[in-house]
Design a binder for this molecule. Structure first.
Ligand SMILES: C[S@@+](CC[C@H](N)C(=O)[O-])C[C@H]1O[C@@H](n2cnc3c(N)ncnc32)[C@H](O)[C@@H]1O
Length: 231
């Protein structure tokens, strides 16, 4: 199995050019960065899903190098990205940080959510292409901590989640290793059904609405989007 150690997103970006923003977060198809239309599809889906408006302050959990975050923040009043990869946060600081509208912070998302001193500063939150890499207990703890401490957050967008119901189809022509779907350290992370995500979210008082990306989106055939609101 291709194992991605917890350091993958610190080591891999160092093998990419400093401005290869999509390569650094593996937003690639056949090894090439996805095109601008694909990126705009993501930004539109997240901004619509969050009902992001010019007064909102946004928290981006697992923001990577900030290349998506900066586009979300350009559509609202600003906010903060958090990621635990020093390599990716250093790119965010160099290319995207614009105090005080747009800031990037190096931390584990659960540690951050549990200790951040001004959680009421955020109206919306997003975790794009990353929730599946959190170990299951940490994913549950993050949802619970957000619900408990971030009382102002009206919408939380979990994007690009691998759909367990489509696992068989995805691996029909690929090598499948039993158990890979439950491994947060695998290339794709943990695959969940909609029911599993609904149950996980309900444990901490969130309800979930599901969406699919438009057909031309490169990952639409095996992933879904989830929008969580306080119950
Ligand atoms: C595929 S990248 C996505 C980055 C960004 N959201 C994007 O879509 O471009 C996954 C990110 O999750 C981050 N990550 C994984 N576990 C984390 C954790 N426990 N705390 C903070 N960041 C984490 C990694 O460092 C990496 O930047």
């Amino acid at each position: 199995m291709t194992r991605y150690s917890m350091d993958f997103y610190d080591e891999h970006p160092k093998t990419c050019a400093r401005t290869d923003f999509w390569g650094q977060v593996r937003r690639t198809v056949n090894g090439r960065p996805v095109d601008e239309q694909q990126i705009e599809m993501i930004v539109d889906a997240v901004c619509h899903g969050l009902e992001l408006n010019p007064r909102d302050r946004l928290l981006d959990l697992c923001c990577g190098n900030g290349a998506l975050t900066t586009r979300f923040l350009s559509r609202c009043a600003g906010g903060l990205g958090v990621d635990r990869s020093p390599a990716l946060i250093s790119v965010a600081h160099e290319f995207f940080q614009r105090d005080p509208h747009e800031t990037y912070h190096l931390d584990d998302v659960l540690d951050f959510a549990g200790s951040m001193t001004a959680p009421a500063a955020f109206d919306k939150a997003v975790c794009y292409g990353s929730f599946q890499y959190l170990p299951a207990d940490k994913a549950g703890a993050l949802l619970a901590t957000l619900r408990r401490r971030f009382g102002q957050v009206q919408r939380l967008y979990l994007g690009n989640l691998p759909d367990r119901e489509l696992l068989g189809e995805f691996y029909r022509e690929r090598d499948y290793e039993p158990g890979i779907e439950d491994d947060p350290g695998s290339a794709i992370g943990i695959w969940r059904t909609r029911d599993e995500l609904t149950e996980l979210a309900a444990l901490s008082g969130w309800e979930v609405e599901f969406r699919k990306m438009p057909e031309p989106f490169y990952a639409a055939h095996y992933r879904y989007e989830a929008i969580l609101c306080p119950r």
